[in-house]
Structures are given as C-alpha cells and as structure tokens.
Design a protein around this ligand. Structure first.
Ligand SMILES: Cc1cc2nc3c(=O)[nH]c(=O)nc-3n(C[C@H](O)[C@H](O)[C@H](O)COP(=O)(O)O)c2cc1C
Length: 179
C-alpha cells in the first residue's frame, strides 16, 4: 500500500503539517508514504491542447509539456491512495493544487478506484476547499475515505489543536487500511 500526500500550500505551514500527520499515521500502519510538495516542483500551467486525451488524435496519455509532472504522474499511477491538502484561498482550493489537478488530465481515467482523502485549513472560513477536492475525486471515481478541515492562520498554529491532530491520525489509519 503506497500513500501519496500532495501539498498545495506555497509555504511550509499548516497544510504541510496536517499532511505529515496523516502520512505518519499511515506509515505506522505499514504503508509506504511520500509527501509531494508542489511548491518545490516545476509544474507549468496546462495548455488546454487536449492532445493527451485518450479520445484525441494527438498522443493519448502523454503531455506535451516536459516538466516535473512526468515522473509525478508515474508516481500517481503506482500509488494506491492519495491525500490532497490545501490552504483555503478565497474560499476555494489553492491555485497550486488546482493547476496540479488540471495537469493530471493525461492519466485521470487510469486513477479510478484508488483511495482519496482531503485536508484543508483556513484562517476563519473553510467554505469550498474540501468540496473542491471531493469533486475532483468523485469525477475520477476515486474511493473517498474522508477529510479533515481545520482553522488556523499562521504556520505552526494548527499543530496546537489536539482534536485536529487526533482526526488526522484516524484519517491516516483509514487510508492505509487494507480493503
Ligand atoms: C491568497 C490567500 C487567500 C486566503 N483566503 C482565505 C479565505 O478565503 N478564508 C480563510 O479563512 N482564510 C484564507 N486565507 C488564510 C489561509 O487559508 C490560512 O492562513 C492557512 O492557515 C494557510 O495554510 P498554510 O499555512 O498551509 O499555507 C488566505 C490566505 C491567502 C494567502
């Protein structure tokens, strides 16, 4: 069982801490885990050319952009479960995570059936970010395992919330649980 955490925050802050907690818990259950920090990767914007689409006349499954998404898509295909994490930006998911989702278009039908979870953190209003992650997961027909949403503003703040920490541990356990 391989669990891939995907962090959509541009800073080392609350989202990264939350994902770390989930992965730590999944690892304790015997899963292989990896945390992907999107901010450290070269991931261009999707060009919208659609040449990667299976039904298209271009090169199905292959993106025309040669950047860090190439190995990341291979990692996604090899993973059994994903935990997506985002700070809430203007009531939604971050642009970093949204662009990443757009760039999964070459392989998205091949991810069907993998497990997925979401974590989100906002200063005061959680709004749509978890729904955004859930919508993406449902569209891909991933198996939704659960979510944790937290209120925190500054880096390190969420780590002081024991209730959130316990929910993140439980989520990691659920993600790693064998079917
Ligand atoms: C561009 C931007 C937009 C934000 N929009 C919201 C928002 O709509 N609602 C909210 O409660 N917090 C908002 N915040 C605050 C962040 O969600 C909050 O600081 C969060 O803890 C950041 O997570 P991080 O530490 O993982 O980056 C925003 C922050 C930024 C930089």
């Amino acid at each position: 069982m391989k669990v891939l955490g995907i962090c959509g925050s541009p800073r080392k802050g609350n989202t990264e801490w939350m994902l770390g907690r989930v992965l730590e818990s999944a690892k304790a259950e015997g899963a292989d885990v990896e945390l992907l920090l999107l901010r450290n990767k070269d991931i261009e914007l999707c060009k919208g050319c659609m040449t990667c689409e299976a039904a298209g006349s271009g090169n199905p499954g292959v993106c025309v952009i040669k950047d860090d998404m190439e190995p990341i898509l291979r990692d996604m295909l090899a993973a059994d479960a994903f935990v997506f994490g985002t700070p809430v930006y203007f009531y939604m998911l971050s642009g970093l995570l949204k662009n990443f989702m757009d760039r999964t278009i070459p392989v998205w039908p091949m991810l069907k059936g993998k497990r997925a979870a979401g974590v989100a953190v906002a200063a005061d209003t959680l709004a749509l970010a978890i729904d955004n992650i859930r919508t993406y997961s449902d569209l891909l027909q991933l198996e939704w395992v659960g979510e944790v949403a937290a209120i925190a503003r500054d880096p390190g703040e969420v780590a002081k919330n024991d209730e959130v920490a316990a929910m993140l541990t439980a989520l990691g356990r659920d993600l790693a649980a064998c079917r």
